[in-house]
Every structure is written in structure tokens, then in C-alpha cells.
Design a protein around this ligand. Structure first.
Ligand code: CA
Length: 239
């Protein structure tokens, strides 16, 4: 397929309809070129607009994906999603966003643990956990930076409890000098449940997913505007 940037709002779908490659483009943005399981368009908890994607009780991979980009990326890759979870995962953590290589080998993941904190997860080795409780039954913006490298890799998670905030993240978790590439570099953006599956029932939601190779993606819509400050100028000013 093409190369990033990619973005999808799910606004071109219809509530309750299973997402496919064919129905995921159009007004939604960049169509996904692979779907695993049966994620559906849903009006339940969109971050913006009227539709997001619903993952109903995944016990196996249930993903929307942009895979096998035109060229693998060996520099920083950024991904973004707005996430709504029903509660803290039990049984297993939730792997909600992932970047993989062209062979499907994981480079790095964003996860929410059974302790309710966020966690980086590299290709090999262990991750780094945050300390703040991830909000439940609320929309949270999550962004992740991945530098693919087999020894000098980096994973940085930032999340905002005020989802469209342009300000300081609620929490930042950084892992450096880790293995984030068992292959040739980042070549897939995966959004949904993969690798680990919390005890069901665990139905959760994503919206406004994106991949960039140029920088932090930021909110998909501007935060609410501040009141306009009107500046009155004297008619007698000299310049
Ligand atoms: Ca949407």
C-alpha cells in the first residue's frame, strides 16, 4: 500500500456494520488493507463525529490495520488513537495499539495492564509501566512514538485524559535502549486487540486512528475555543 501518513475517523461507515477493507475508506479517510476478526462501526463512544470502531469481547486478534507500507521505516514512527475501555482489564492486559514489521513481527505496543496502568512493550524484553490509573469509561487520547532498532530502540507513550488537549500529557512513559525491531523496520500500524486478551466481557472502542512519520500527531480536532479577547485600539495612535 502507500506510505504514512494515514488517518481514519470511521465517519464513512454505518452503525453495527462489520468493518471491511471496502467500507473503511471514503469519508472515513485511508481505508484499512487488512481486518482481523469482526470489529464494527459503532455510535456508542466516538471521540468525534458519530462513529468509532467497537471491539466486542475479543478473545483473538480483532484489528483494523494498515500493513506492508511501500517502504519500512527505520526512523521514528508515531501512532495515535482515542480509546474507551469499560474497566481495568482482568486476566490479561489489553494490547490496544501496535507497530509491527513487514513480516508481522511486533516492534512495539501500547498496553493497559491488569493493574490499570499503561505499559510499553518492545519486540523482545520487558516493558516500562506508568504509575497513573488509566481512565475507564472515558475517552482518552493515546499517542506512541516508536524508534525501531534492535538495541537502541525507543518507545514513548503519551496520553491525555482531556482528549483534545494541546498541553502537557497526563502521563508520559519512555523506554530507551530496547529491542523494537526484529526485522527491517516499522511496516504496519495495528489498532485493536492483539497479543493479549482480557477476560470477557470486555467490549472497548477506538476512534480517530492515525500513523505519521513526521512527528507527534496531536488531537484530531482543535480543543474548545477560548473566548475571544477583543483588543480596542485608540483612533489617535500614531502608527
Ligand atoms: Ca469518528
Amino acid at each position: 500500500m502507500a506510505s504514512p501518513p494515514f488517518a481514519n475517523t470511521f465517519e464513512g461507515g454505518s452503525d453495527g456494520v462489520t468493518i471491511s477493507g471496502a467500507n473503511s475508506g471514503g469519508a472515513s479517510g485511508n481505508a484499512f488493507n487488512q481486518i482481523n476478526g469482526s470489529p464494527t462501526f459503532s455510535v456508542d463512544h466516538p471521540a468525534h463525529g458519530t462513529l468509532g470502531v467497537k471491539f466486542t469481547d475479543p478473545v483473538a486478534q480483532m484489528l483494523v490495520r494498515w500493513i506492508v507500507w511501500d517502504a519500512p521505516v527505520t526512523t521514528d514512527v508515531w501512532v495515535r488513537g482515542y480509546i474507551w475501555i469499560p474497566g481495568i482489564p482482568t486476566g490479561q492486559r489489553l494490547r490496544a495499539i501496535n507497530v509491527s514489521d513487514s513480516a508481522g513481527g511486533s516492534c512495539a505496543s501500547f498496553q493497559i495492564t491488569t493493574g490499570g496502568v499503561v505499559e510499553t512493550f518492545p519486540a523482545l524484553g520487558t516493558g516500562v509501566q506508568g504509575t497513573l490509573q488509566f481512565p475507564t469509561q472515558a475517552i482518552v487520547r493515546v499517542e506512541m512514538r516508536v524508534l525501531p532498532h534492535n538495541t537502541l530502540g525507543q518507545i514513548e507513550i503519551r496520553w491525555w485524559s482531556t482528549p483534545d488537549s494541546l498541553g502537557t500529557p497526563t502521563e508520559t512513559v519512555l523506554q530507551t535502549n530496547c529491542n523494537t525491531s526484529t526485522g527491517t523496520g516499522a511496516n504496519q500500524g495495528n489498532f485493536g486487540a492483539g497479543g493479549f486478551f482480557p477476560t470477557v466481557p470486555f467490549t472497548w472502542y477506538l476512534d480517530d486512528v492515525a500513523v505519521s512519520t513526521t512527528g507527534w500527531i496531536g488531537p484530531s480536532q482543535a480543543p474548545p475555543a477560548a473566548p475571544t479577547l477583543r483588543v480596542l485600539r485608540s483612533p489617535y495612535r500614531l502608527n
